[in-house]
Design a protein around this ligand. Structure first.
Ligand SMILES: Cc1cc2nc3c(=O)[nH]c(=O)nc-3n(C[C@H](O)[C@H](O)[C@H](O)COP(=O)(O)O)c2cc1C
Length: 156
């Protein structure tokens, strides 16, 4: 039997709002309708190059801090970049971002690094900006579901 595909979700949250987004993403990815995907969740502080190399798809979540991705997410990229660069080209990915302003600093800083990794964006980023609106969490669970269902169906 073919090995189960693995969706890796890596995120960081200090005050809990990105974590709420991550919980919704995980819920979507683990939807009962999608049976054959392993969903692995790691903090950006602990995810390793091996985690990324074993993944069939990846979702990354961070708050925007000081106009950039969080320090933890930057540490993640610093940890995995060179070990993974030649081995993860084309990895399907999506992003979720929590920001007090518009989140463009976090988005562009991550996108620039991911361009160097040659990963493949397969879903639009979900950004909750300004006041935290719980009703945007549906877009987060959709993001998780889209990645998991796409892997399950062999689309990515
Ligand atoms: C030190 C610090 C710097 C921040 N800088 C920005 C920023 O540059 N742009 C922005 O949109 N939000 C900024 N914020 C707001 C955070 O993105 C927001 O509080 C977010 O909800 C934090 O996510 P978390 O609850 O997952 O930790 C900053 C917050 C902190 C604590």
């Amino acid at each position: 039997m073919a090995e189960k595909k693995r969706l890796l979700i890596v995120y960081y949250s200090r005050s809990g709002e990105t974590e709420k987004m991550a919980e919704a993403v995980i819920r979507g990815a683990r939807d009962d309708a999608i049976g054959r995907i392993d969903v692995i969740v790691k903090s950006a502080l602990e995810a390793s190059p091996g985690d990324v190399m074993r993944a069939s798809g990846i979702l990354l979540g961070t708050p925007e801090n000081f106009g950039y991705m969080s320090g933890a997410m930057k540490l993640f990229f610093e940890t995995i970049y060179y070990p993974c660069q030649e081995h993860t080209k084309g990895l399907p990915y999506g992003l979720f971002i929590r920001a007090g302003n518009d989140g463009q600093g976090a988005l562009s800083s991550m996108s620039r690094i991911i361009t160097g990794l040659s990963w493949r964006e397969v879903a639009a980023p979900v950004i909750i900006s300004g006041k935290f609106h719980e009703d945007r969490l549906g877009a987060c669970s959709d993001l998780g579901m889209v990645l998991a269902a796409g892997l399950d169906a062999g689309i990515y």
